[in-house]
Design a protein around this ligand. Structure first.
Ligand code: F6R
Length: 243
């Protein structure tokens, strides 16, 4: 695992956007796994700036989701489908055809999860998966105690994660769904390159446990230690508890 400490979130965004741009120059139809939440926004902004300046052509890129709320209509502004379309797919000038994600509205939820794992494999696998990290060490929505071998499946959000995400729902925790579909840790580990970005002091404990602690289902992000090509980009605040 490679750990890169950057001064701030903007620098982290620029570093990762350059890694994505380099991948797209090498492999124009790369499959990029994207995360939602606040952390990846500087990456998406920096990538859009590169596209505008002509530094990279993303027109053949393919985008896939990491997770999705269960039961939220696909066109709800806070569904991860809507969020990724708004924050990544449309600003990069891509169409919905280049984009895939799990169906959070399916009646057969496990069937939708299995179909998504199959679709990722049929698409050739994820080339670069961008990850954030929860204050409890989750990746995707694999909360603590998730099996390190898990596949895409339904998970119950912890109270802490629902509190953390209430800010996207007018601060009203009652609007935050209780369940999500998430790529499993085993699914995530199949991506060729994992890039985790963590910014802010609130992530410092989770970063230290993931990078320097034992590999443990109690800290899902510690699974990155098992991956042959994992890069953890942290700003100084999130790095504060590293030894
Ligand atoms: C979202 C996701 C989550 C977030 C994590 C951190 O798709 O997979 O693991 O990355 O909850 O969220 P932020 O970045 O909002 O602190």
């Amino acid at each position: 695992m490679e750990v890169v400490i950057v001064p701030d979130a903007k620098a982290g965004g620029e570093l990762i956007a350059e890694a994505i741009a380099a991948l797209l120059r090498r492999k124009p139809d790369a499959l990029l796994g994207v995360a939602t939440g606040s952390t990846p926004l500087p990456v998406y902004q920096a990538l859009q700036a590169k596209v505008r300046s002509g530094a990279v052509d993303p027109s053949r890129a393919r985008i896939c989701q990491l997770d999705e709320y269960v039961g939220l209509p696909a066109d709800h502004p806070e569904s991860y489908r809507s969020t990724v379309l708004r924050q990544v797919v449309e600003p990069l000038g891509l169409t919905v055809d280049s984009f895939m994600g799990p169906d959070g509205t399916a009646e057969d939820v496990q069937g939708a999860c299995d179909a998504y794992d199959r679709a990722l494999a049929e698409a050739g696998g994820v080339d670069l998966q961008l990850l954030g990290i929860g204050t409890d060490g989750h990746i995707g929505f694999n909360e603590p105690c998730s099996s390190l071998a898990s596949r895409t499946r339904i998970k119950t959000l912890t109270e802490q994660t629902r509190v953390d995400n209430a800010r996207f729902f007018d601060g009203d925790i009652d609007q935050v769904p209780h369940h999500v579909i998430t790529q499993g840790i085993g699914t995530i580990l199949e991506a060729r390159h994992l890039v985790l970005l963590a910014t802010g002091a609130g992530k410092a404990d989770a970063v230290a446990a993931s990078v320097e602690g034992p590999v443990s289902a109690l800290v899902p992000a510690s699974a990155l230690q098992l991956h042959p090509h994992a890069t953890v980009v942290v700003d100084e605040a999130a790095a504060a508890k590293l030894k």
